[in-house]
Write a protein that binds this ligand. Structure first.
Ligand SMILES: [Mg+2]
Length: 233
């Protein structure tokens, strides 16, 4: 088997967030700018944290493209993380998806497979979402929303870090991005990786295949998903 780097998206792919991230970000904006529902018209699907906050600044009429904006984005995201921890603790609907724990156990036990994250979440936000579900320890590395605003760059960094974990050049690796939106698929294709889609309420498995995923499944449960991730099919 070729050395394999698996990069999992988080929101909608591994977990149902039940709006925790959106509520925490709204609270962070509210505390800093005194306005509510700043993100009302901002879609979160496949978006990176920095891009979401930048859209919020734009909605507020604040500078959103200069160096002042970068500082403002950092400040909102710093405020956001403890609010996210609280939202998750108060939201019983926040949960791990069916089959995920078993899939992570099976893949992370395989020699020659590096299990990581390819996510628009900042690293601290990813930790806040995965630690309470007791799956954080499966992810030794990742590309994160604090690395870059562009998802393509995030998954490229994740792929390089996974290859480093395996001790091989990234060019010799099979890289697989597992995600629930066409943006995950597009990022995978942009770096020459394989995309495996997970259907959700927003996008069906068929729509993810139509957007360019090599395979897509209704959820991550079952032997066919494991085989697809390991390239055994
Ligand atoms: Mg997602």
């Amino acid at each position: 088997m070729r050395p394999t780097v698996l990069l999992f998206d988080i929101d909608g792919t591994l977990v149902t967030t039940a709006g925790c991230g959106r509520r925490a970000l709204e609270r962070a904006f509210g505390a800093r700018y005194g306005r509510s529902a700043v993100l009302r018209d901002v879609g979160f699907d496949g978006m990176t944290d920095r891009a979401i906050v930048r859209a919020g600044l734009r909605a507020l009429g604040e500078p959103s493209e200069d160096s002042q904006a970068e500082d403002a984005i950092d400040a909102v995201l710093t405020d956001y993380v403890p609010l996210l921890v609280r939202e998750i603790a108060e939201t019983p609907e926040f949960r791990l998806h069916r089959g995920v724990r078993e899939l992570l156990e099976a893949t992370s036990a395989r020699a020659g497979v590096a299990v990581g994250l390819g996510t628009g979440n900042v690293r601290a936000g990813a930790r806040a979402k995965l630690a309470p579900l007791d799956v954080l320890h499966h992810f030794g590395f990742g590309g994160f929303g604090c690395d870059h605003e562009d998802r393509n760059v995030i998954v490229r960094l994740g792929a390089e870090r996974g290859a480093a974990v395996l001790g091989v050049p990234v060019e010799s690796c099979r890289v697989v991005v597992i995600g629930d939106t066409p943006r995950d698929v597009a990022a995978a294709r942009a770096i020459g990786a394989e995309a495996i889609g997970v259907g959700s309420a927003r996008f069906t498995a068929e729509e993810l295949v139509a957007s360019g995923a090599a395979r897509a499944f209704a959820d991550l449960a079952g032997p066919a998903v494991l085989a697809a991730l390991l390239g055994d099919v």
